[in-house]
Design a protein around this ligand. Sequence first.
Ligand SMILES: Cc1cc2nc3c(=O)[nH]c(=O)nc-3n(C[C@H](O)[C@H](O)[C@H](O)COP(=O)(O)O)c2cc1C
Length: 420
Amino acid sequence: MRIFGSTGPTLTRKRIVLGVTGSIAAYKAVSLLRALVRDGAIVQVVMTQSAMKFVTPLTFEVLSGHPVSTEVFEAHQEMKHLSLPEQADAIVIAPATANCIAKAALGMGDDLLSTMLLTSQCPLIVAPAMDGGMWTHPSVIEHVGTLRARGAIVLDPEEGPLASGRIGHGRLAEETTILEAIQTALAPRRDWQGQRILVSAGPTQEPIDPVRFISNRSSGKMGYAIAEAAQARGAQVVLVTGPTAVPIPRGVEVVSVDTAEEMTKAMSTRLAWSTAVIMAAAVADFRPMHPVSQKIKKQGRSEQTLHLERTTDILASLSAQRTTQLMVGFAAETNDLIAHAQDKLTAKGLDLIVANDVTTEGAGFGSDQNAATLIDRQGGLTELPLMPKRALADAILNRAHELLQSRQSHQAPTPIAGGR
Ligand SMILES: Cc1cc2nc3c(=O)[nH]c(=O)nc-3n(C[C@H](O)[C@H](O)[C@H](O)COP(=O)(O)O)c2cc1C
């Protein structure tokens, strides 16, 4: 049974930072705080200067059982803008003013709440409240769009009578809606449960002699992030990885390989087991034709020629052997990104391709962040801005899951005519 207005035991011992900003709806944050505490959450309240004009910190202090934080600079205190988000499972801003939404979208840090958002890694839930047509102002629309694109959950305010006496769109979302959004953000998604994903990651190393090889700049971080995210979302995951320095994600079965040939074999033998294949590895296209068993000496040589031959095209070969698997590939490009990615999608018979421009500053090989465009077989394009690779992994899995579901619903047996 679900008790109305309660999220149940899922918030037990969850650490939530409740940001309160200068809206007339600030008094509703008092009731929200009580509901969170009742559901077992440990709540730290952060107030803006404007918020304190509406409700006193004392109210929140007494009800939360913790001091309220209001300042970046406070004598004899730890750096709250770092410690609060570090310890938090989620940050909830309710009510959120147009001002605080704009600051968050622009990355400003001129008070404790906004500075905290710049250092936080946990889910962010924003419940706006605003009057006088602010919600439909182009600037607010743009900033809300930016926050949503970065993965924040921004709740739509509700329509109804506002503090000004007008009827409009801007009332703080109902408490139950906010509580449900927090619960959803904190409850692990299990939407990949029952699926078996084969993920490839990292570079390959193609030997020249026992001490030298040809490789590339892939760090493996993107593929590892996908494996980790898929496992967290309930999938059984096998990660076939070239040599990397990335820690192995928990609960993921790892198959380590060095060369493109080894990777081909490892992937092919597990293809039939899988329901989806995500090829994030940067596999060498060419390898030395005649690797030698002894170290090549430089003595007496002013130049050295290396003859290369094509390696097996893993994506094309898996694609040819596939039965019902969803196939996702990556296109790391330096120019004509979309055109090259679309060609690869078609040539390799993929369902989805993740196109990323590796020359983008702060993105690509080695970086913890990446930006990408997802292109599906029907020509649908989803542009994803620069974000942590783990967040990008979730965004890729979201799109792949939609494609998997629509494919599985099309594969469902046709009902017998007249049957129910
Ligand atoms: C009575 C009153 C009610 C207000 N209510 C809202 C509101 O609901 N939403 C909003 O965006 N701004 C509202 N404002 C304006 C904000 O308080 C103002 O933009 C302030 O700078 C926000 O600061 P903060 O975002 O740091 O809390 C209100 C102002 C007053 C005087």
